[in-house]
Ligand binder design. Structure first.
Ligand SMILES: Nc1ncnc2c1ncn2[C@@H]1O[C@H](COP(=O)(O)OP(=O)(O)OP(=O)(O)O)[C@@H](O)[C@H]1O
Ligand SMILES: [Mg+2]
Length: 315
C-alpha cells in the first residue's frame, strides 16, 4: 500500500527517523506506539502525504487513498451541519449537483421561451451530468453518511444541527464519519481517544472494527488497541520496529524479554519505545481506561446519564 525507502526526517537539529524502510500492506491493522515526541504524528503525516521526508522515498500504488484524523481536531469556527461535514469530502460530487441545478433552471427558462435546439442541448447536458453524478454515488452518499453517523451515535434529528453546537468528542465523531464515508484504503488515526468520554470511545471502537481497509492507529488506549489492531509498529531511536502480534502478545513479549517477568523492575528496565503502553496493571498511568468487559456494557447508560445531566452544549 505505502512503502517507505530509506526515509529520514527531522526538525532543526533533531533527527526523528534515520533511513527507515518499511512497507504498509493491504488490510493491515497496526497500532503505532512509542513515547511522547518520538515522531508518531510525523510518521502519520508522512504516510498521509502531508509531510515530505528529508531524504528517501515514499511510494503508493496508483489509487491508494489515505484518510488522516489529526491528533487535534480543529476547533474554532465550524460552519455547517454534522451531515454537511460528513458529506464534505465529496466536493466533486456536490459541484456536479450544483451544475445539474443550474442546467435544470436554464432548462426551465428555455422551455417557456421555446428554442428547440437550446432545450435539446441543455437536456443532453443534464443527462450527462446526471450520469456522472450517479456513477460517483451522488444519490446514495447522503443515506450512507446518515447510516455512518447513526453508527457513531448521532440521532437522526441531530444530523442536521450545526456542528458548532456539539462538544469536541462529538465533532471528532463527525470528522471520523467523514473519513469512514470516504472509505480510504488507508485510515490513519492519531490518538483519536484523547479527551473522549467512554461512550465516544466505544462508538469509535465499533466503527473501526467494521472498517475494512488498512488501519494505522496511534493510541495509548488499551481497549481500543486490543479491539482493533493485530500488529504493532514501535517507533524508537530513529527506527521503526514491527511487532507481529496483538496487544496481549506484545504485553507477554514485553514481560518476558524486557521486564524479566516481574512487575517490579518493570518501569526502570523497560525499553523507551515500550514505555508508552507498558504500564499495565498496578503501574498503569492511563487515567481513564476501563477493562474491555466494563466498556462493552457502558454506552447506552453513559448516553442516558449525559442526557439527564442536561449539558449546555447540545452534546
Ligand atoms: N512542524 C514541526 N516543526 C518543528 N518541529 C516539529 C514539527 N513537528 C514536530 N516537531 C517536533 O518533532 C518531534 C516529534 O513530534 P511528533 O508530533 O511527530 O511526535 P509524537 O510521537 O506524535 O508525539 P506525541 O506523543 O506527543 O503526540 C517533537 O519534538 C516535535 O516538537
Ligand atoms: Mg503525536
Amino acid at each position: 500500500m505505502i512503502q517507505l525507502e530509506e526515509v529520514s526526517k527531522g526538525y532543526g537539529g533533531q533527527t526523528l527517523f534515520r533511513e527507515v524502510s518499511w512497507r504498509l500492506g493491504g488490510r493491515e491493522r497496526i497500532g503505532l506506539v512509542g513515547p511522547n515526541g518520538v515522531g508518531k504524528t510525523t510518521l502519520c503525516r508522512i504516510l498521509a502525504g502531508i509531510e515530505e521526508p528529508d531524504r528517501g522515498r515514499v511510494t503508493r500504488p496508483r489509487g491508494t487513498s489515505t484518510g488522516y484524523l489529526p491528533q487535534e481536531v480543529a476547533g474554532g469556527t465550524i460552519e455547517g451541519s454534522v451531515l454537511t461535514e460528513v458529506l464534505g469530502g465529496f466536493e466533486d460530487v456536490w459541484r456536479l449537483e450544483r451544475e445539474m441545478e443550474d442546467v435544470a433552471a436554464a432548462l426551465g427558462k428555455e422551455s417557456a421561451g421555446g428554442d428547440g435546439s437550446v432545450v435539446e442541448g441543455l437536456t443532453r447536458r443534464y443527462g450527462e451530468l446526471q450520469h456522472r453524478f450517479e456513477a460517483l454515488g451522488g444519490y446514495r452518499l447522503e443515506a450512507e453518511g446518515r447510516a455512518i453517523l447513526g453508527g457513531l451515535g448521532f440521532r437522526t434529528d441531530e444530523m442536521t444541527r450545526p456542528l458548532s453546537e456539539f462538544s469536541g468528542g462529538w465533532r471528532m465523531r463527525a470528522a471520523l464519519g467523514r473519513l469512514l464515508l470516504l472509505r480510504p484504503s488507508v485510515l490513519l488515526l492519531d490518538e483519536p481517544t484523547n479527551h473522549l468520554d467512554l461512550e465516544t470511545r466505544e462508538a469509535l471502537t465499533v466503527a473501526l472494527a467494521q472498517f475494512e481497509g488498512t488501519l494505522v492507529l496511534v493510541s495509548h488506549d488499551r481497549h481500543l488497541l486490543r479491539a482493533t489492531t493485530e500488529q504493532f509498529l514501535i517507533v524508537a531511536d530513529g527506527k521503526l520496529e514491527p511487532f507481529d502480534g496483538d496487544l496481549d502478545d506484545y504485553r507477554d513479549w514485553l514481560f518476558r524479554t524486557k521486564l524479566g517477568g516481574t512487575d517490579d523492575a518493570a518501569e526502570a528496565a523497560v525499553a523507551p519505545a515500550a514505555a508508552a503502553i507498558v504500564p499495565f496493571g498496578k503501574k498503569s498511568k492511563a487515567k481513564n481506561e476501563t477493562r474491555g468487559t466494563a466498556v462493552a456494557s457502558a454506552p447506552a447508560n453513559g448516553r442516558d446519564q449525559k442526557r439527564k445531566a442536561g449539558h449546555a452544549k447540545h452534546r
